[in-house]
Every structure is written in C-alpha cells, then in structure tokens.
Design a binder for this molecule. Structure first.
Ligand SMILES: Cc1cc2nc3c(=O)[nH]c(=O)nc-3n(C[C@H](O)[C@H](O)[C@H](O)COP(=O)(O)OP(=O)(O)OC[C@H]3O[C@@H](n4cnc5c(N)ncnc54)[C@H](O)[C@@H]3O)c2cc1C
Length: 407
C-alpha cells in the first residue's frame, strides 16, 4: 500500500500480507448528496485501476428527503430521516398539494426510489417551492409530539433556521448510497490475492435497492467476516513479496501530476461534474442524457489532467487531496454512466425513462464493468438464483408469500 501522510505530504509504502478495502463508497459526485465531501469513491477507483470487476454500479440510491437549505451551506443534501414519512409526514409541492398518492398508493410511505422519482418529477414539472424542492410537513401530527419523537431532526433543521415540528421544511432527493461496488466473495476476498473488501465499497449485497438500516449491517457483518478470513490467510501466508518499484514510482507520479501543471479552478470542475451527474445520470435517465454525460465526463477528465495547484507545499494541502478525490469521482462516474447505459430496463434505484419496464426477473442479469486497455469493458452477467428462485420464498407461511398474494 502506498499512503500519503496528510500532515507532511510524504509518501509511505507499507507492506502487508492482506489489505481490506473499506473506504465506504459515497456518491458525492451528485449535486445533492448525504455523505460528507471527503468521501469520493477512492476505494472503488483504486479497485478499478487494479482491473477488478465492479458490479451493479448503476444502482445509486437517492434518499427522498435531503434538507434544502440554500446553496451556501453544506447542510444542503443532509438527510432528514425516513421515519418522518413513516410517522405520517406529508410531502407538499409548490402549490401546497400532497402529490405522492398520484404516484403510488402507499403515498409518502412508498420506498425510497419511488418517492425520489416522484419528487424529481414534480421538480422537473416546475411544481416546486422557493429553492426548487418540495416541502415536508409534520405539524399536523402535533408539534410537541414531533419535537419529542424526532428531537435530532428538529434540532438539525433548527440549526439551519427551519421549524420542522411546526412549519414547513424544503427537501430534495439526495444521493445517499451505492448498491454497486467491487465484486467480492463471501469471505470478503477479491480477484486480487491478498486484497479483501467490505462495506459500501462492495457490490451485490443489496441488489438493486437497499432498505433503511441495512447499510451499517452490511459493513459490520462483512467487515467481521473479512477480518476473520484475513487473519486466517495471514497466519498461513509466507513472507511478503518484494515490492514492484515501477508500480510504486507510477503511483507517485500520478499523485504528483497536479504539481506539474498550471494552477486552475478545481471548484468549477467539481460543480460541473455534480450538476451534470444530477441532470443526466441521476434519478430519471435516458439514452441521450447518458451519452451526453459520457461526453461531459471525458471533457472533465481531460480538463482535470491539465489543471494544477496554486500551492506547491505538500503538508496539509487539502486542494491536492481535492484534486485526487475529483479524479476518483470522475473515474467512478464513468462506470455509473456506462452501467446505466447498458441496463435497458428499470429496477430498484435505476430508472430509464426510455425503458420503464422492469423486465423478467428469472432471466435478469447484472452489469459488470472493468477497466480494459484504455477504456471500460461492460458485460451483462446472468443472475444465478442459487438459493431463492423468483416467486419462491424461504418463509413457509403467508408472510413469505409473493407481495401480490399477501397484499
Ligand atoms: C448521512 C448518512 C446517514 C446514514 N444512515 C444510516 C442508517 O441510519 N443506517 C444504516 O444502516 N446506514 C446508514 N447510512 C449508510 C452507512 O452509514 C454506510 O453504508 C456505512 O457507514 C458504510 O460503511 P463503510 O465501513 O463501508 O464505510 P464508512 O463508514 O464510510 O467508512 C469509510 C472510512 O474510510 C475513510 N476513507 C475514505 N477514503 C479514504 C482514503 N482514500 N484513504 C483513507 N481513508 C479513506 C473515510 O473517511 C471513512 O472514515 C448512512 C449514510 C449516510 C451518509
């Protein structure tokens, strides 16, 4: 592993018999996003550079209710929890109308993907509130009760000047979680000997959608399994292999690149990336939009490679780290866009307006993208239903019946 010590900017090579990739994904390439800005899909970008296969990368989950607090605060995009809608909160468009039941009989209690699409459709139709989102209303449930039940959410909104318990708060769908990631085995190992992966860097655990509360479970369960497997493997492994000095030199050269170019405007590149991903590779996708997105990503990549840093100091040079983060985000955005083009149906978090049908489940396939030569190779790999076949259930009684039968 080659590490950069952020305090000095110096490089440190660390030899290890086993390495766990656990940088946690984080779809921060979208205009509105819940993870903190330092999350930039670094682990996925590293895995790509190693030639590992990524699966399900089109499956980006948008949480329906991100706070819309204006353009000048990072609180915009931060999540307002699911429980608000679960408890009976209303979503109101710019005309103060409840709109969710027009999209789904479950109304505001529909799943994240359905509610996000409905809000986005209202936004696209111009039925928005002042800052371009919709309102969440809780006051009809009793302000005192809301303040008691959702203390953290009420305080978060109050910090930004909004009254969640008694008033209206503007919200917008916000990129929250990546169901896609590195392909891995049940013990956490990957196709690269000695490299393990766990958590949001991994693909395939949640399929096309994720239920609230299961993200941390994924990290802890598979993190624990990978840790056990790594300990067992390390105890059997021989001495570390000699490092390949050429590979290390190449990695240092890559990191040093921005110091060799004239200073440029990284914020502008990042803003263009997030706006484009929101518009063209976001909640509702079309072939034309995705092609537009790929063109824009090529341009952004070229511009980034020609953009340098004003400050040549290595210690605590956060702009340098922003540069590398942007490189990761652009690389992973390309994978998301290619996978979204390849999947010509709509399921879970992925919705193609030009292919709105879900398609047959028993013949379904997942997307697999890997770096090959100078580009990306994309395959559709048939899903092997090895434990539960479509329409079957592991639960015997009515609780396990297909949804239509059990209502
Ligand atoms: C706002 C928010 C609320 C959420 N709420 C819930 C919830 O209620 N329940 C639930 O189950 N899930 C929730 N999730 C999802 C869940 O938090 C994540 O899926 C989970 O934390 C991922 O775990 P992880 O270990 O893979 O990565 P993380 O917990 O993200 O940890 C990755 C770590 O790697 C570090 N890192 C990243 N890149 C590098 C690098 N290049 N070098 C060194 N370090 C690096 C990061 O700083 C971070 O500390 C939420 C997510 C968000 C953003």
């Amino acid at each position: 592993m080659l590490l950069i010590d952020i305090r000095t900017g110096s490089y440190h090579f660390v030899q290890a018999k086993a390495v766990l990739l656990a940088t946690g994904g984080g779809p921060t390439m979208y205009l509105y996003h819940t993870p903190s800005g330092d999350k930039s899909c670094d682990g996925m970008a590293m895995a790509m550079r190693l030639g590992l296969a990524m699966r399900d990368m089109e499956m980006v989950q948008f949480h329906p209710t991100g706070l819309l607090a204006g353009t000048d605060t990072r609180m915009t995009g931060t999540v307002l929890e699911e429980g608000l809608r679960g408890a009976g909160g209303y979503l109101l468009n710019g005309a103060a109308e409840r709109f969710m039941t027009a999209y789904d009989p479950a109304g505001e209690r529909a799943t994240r993907d359905i509610v996000s699409r409905a809000i986005y459709a209202e936004m696209r139709a111009g039925n928005t509130t002042t800052n371009g989102g919709v309102h969440i209303q809780m006051s009809h449930l009793g302000p005192d009760s809301v303040a008691k039940r959702f203390k953290g959410m009420v305080e978060r909104c109050a910090d930004c000047g909004f009254d969640l318990a008694g008033g209206l708060v503007e919200v917008v769908p916000t990129a929250h979680y990546m169901m896609g990631g590195v392909e891995f085995e049940i013990d956490g190992s990957t196709a690269l000997p000695g490299l393990y992966a766990a958590g949001e860097d991994c693909g395939g655990v949640h399929g096309a959608n994720r239920l609230g509360g299961n993200g941390v479970a994924n990290s802890t369960v598979y993190g624990g399994i990978a840790g056990d497997a790594m300990a067992a493997a390390v105890s059997k492994a021989g001495a570390c292999r000699d490092p390949d000095e050429t590979v290390i030199a190449e990695a240092v050269d890559r990191a040093e690149r921005p110091f060799t170019k004239p200073a440029g405007d990284l914020s502008n590149l990042r803003d263009r990336l997030s706006q484009m991903m929101w518009d063209d590779v976001g909640i509702l996708r079309t072939e034309a939009g995705l092609h537009r997105g790929l063109g824009a990503l090529d341009d952004l990549e070229q511009e980034l490679l020609a953009t340098g840093l004003a400050d040549g100091d290595r210690a605590f040079n956060l702009t340098w780290h922003d540069w590398m983060n942007l490189e990761s985000l652009i690389a992973v955005s390309k994978v998301i866009t290619h996978a979204s083009l390849a999947r010509e149906d709509s399921r879970g978090a992925h919705f193609r307006e030009d292919f709105p049908e879900t398609g047959a489940l028993d013949t379904t396939a997942y997307t697999q993208v890997r770096q090959k030569g100078g580009g990306l190779a994309i395959d559709m790999v048939p899903v092997a239903f090895s434990i539960v076949k479509p329409g079957d259930s592991l639960i015997d009684d009515d609780a396990g019946a297909p949804i239509a039968a059990a209502e």
